[in-house]
Design a protein around this ligand. Structure first.
Ligand code: NDP
Length: 373
């Protein structure tokens, strides 16, 4: 694991006796960090679906989605999904945030076939579930896989959300195939963050050529994890460097904004600009569910038109999709040494608000992880 952390040493996992109560972070209304409340005596969740599992979480990461969900981002769409999927139609509060984890299976629903109590697993949960910033969570069999055996739980927890999001962006929405990157040149904006450090390594593992942008202090890290060309967007002219490097087969944009979209003109005709930053959830929050969906259709059309005007590019939105099968394949790449976790800092369970503050600053060097034990 590449680690820039200076405090909170990583320790090995010890199995604990089953508990009746757990520690869990809740919010009782949307707002800032002051809304994060630690319950020391929270009820351990119960399995209500036969394909679900009860997991004792050992570590979880903090992602930008947790910080914005704390403020209410996505509430209209996520609450609709919660109702559709029968996970309650009342208030979402108290709400536990956090989307990914590494942990140990403690119980299984009667239709779970691939896991048993004691298995070490990792996963990333759908937005309508209660989150992972607690000592236990309920996960679906299709949201998890066995964790890479070469990683500690702290290291493993840094990957599932960024891995499944990157997988969705490249494969599901980017329409690429695994291992088909051999003659492909991919530009990744924000190569130093959680998504960026994973995406650089995944595309290198699949044989691609990677161009990545980042700030000055992250150049060495992004080169170290394998990027072929690193552009310091703070001191260099990004467009002129891209002109020298040559045409691109794909752009992955987890940053968003005009400066990033200006790089579209370096794509080969009809190749994909895939952005992770788009207004679907904010539109539903602002305009209500149906009007928000309609506004999003207009916005996507605007993006496509803008792409076409900049050089016949295909412009796509991509978003996190839970994907246990993808995690299984990523675990193989991790255990073969092709992908390593990049951990910026590890916080203790009761320090979680500090972790949110850190992620909110938007200049992470890899991931921020919480030791949940
Ligand atoms: P991190 O906080 O780990 O990383 C943020 C990255 O953004 C850093 O690499 C930083 O680079 C870069 N950055 C910040 N400001 C700029 C800028 N002005 N120009 C260029 N790069 C910049 O976040 P993640 O990597 O985990 O996620 C990134 C974003 O991806 C999220 O904020 C979210 O918007 C989106 N996302 C969307 C998902 C979806 O389902 N649609 C799912 C996951 C993520 P540096 O510090 O070197 O400047």
């Amino acid at each position: 694991c590449y680690s820039t952390q200076t405090e909170n040493k990583i320790t090995t996992v010890e199995k604990k006796k089953p508990k009746r109560r757990m520690k869990a972070w809740y919010i009782y209304q949307y707002g800032g960090n002051e809304e994060l409340t630690l319950s020391e005596e929270a009820k351990i969740p119960e399995i209500t679906s036969p394909k679900d599992l009860l997991i004792e979480i050992q570590a979880a990461s903090v992602n930008p989605i947790d910080v914005v969900m704390r403020g209410g981002y996505g509430r209209n769409l996520i609450n609709k999904m919660r109702t559709w999927l029968g996970r309650g139609s009342g208030s979402e509060f108290p709400l536990t945030l956090g989307r990914d984890f590494s942990g140990i299976v403690r119980q299984t629903g009667h239709l779970v076939t691939r896991y048993k109590p004691g298995d070490e697993v990792w996963g990333a949960l759908a937005g309508q579930r209660q989150g992972t910033h607690a000592q236990f969570c309920i996960a679906g069999e299709n949201e998890i896989s066995k964790k890479p055996s070469s990683l500690s739980h702290i290291e493993a927890a840094s990957l599932p959300y960024v891995a499944t999001t990157t997988w969705a962006a490249l494969i599901t929405m980017g329409h690429m195939r695994e291992n088909s990157f051999h003659d492909k040149r991919v530009l990744i904006h924000g190569g130093s963050g959680g998504i960026g450090t994973f995406a650089v390594q995944l595309i290198k593992a699949w044989g691609g050529e990677v161009v990545a942008t980042c700030s000055t202090d992250a150049v060495a890290l992004v080169k170290h994890i394998g990027a072929d060309h690193v552009i310091d967007y703070r001191t260099e002219d990004v467009l002129s460097r891209l002109g020298d490097i040559g045409k691109l087969d794909l752009i992955l944009d987890p940053v968003g904004g005009e400066a990033q979209e200006a790089t579209m003109k370096f794509l080969r005709p009809y190749h994909n600009y895939v952005t992770l930053v788009f207004p679907l959830l904010p539109n539903a929050d602002k305009h209500g569910f149906l009007a928000g969906m309609a506004k999003s259709a207009v916005d996507l059309n605007f993006g496509i038109t803008k792409g076409i005007s900049k050089g016949l590019t295909s412009y796509r939105w991509a978003f996190f999709i839970p994907n246990g099968e993808a995690l299984k394949k990523v675990a193989v790449l991790v255990d073969s040494g092709k992908i390593q976790p990049v951990i910026d800092k590890v916080f203790k369970l009761d320090e979680l608000p500090l972790a949110y503050e850190k992620v909110e600053q938007k200049h992470g060097r890899g991931k921020t992880v919480i030791d949940m034990r």
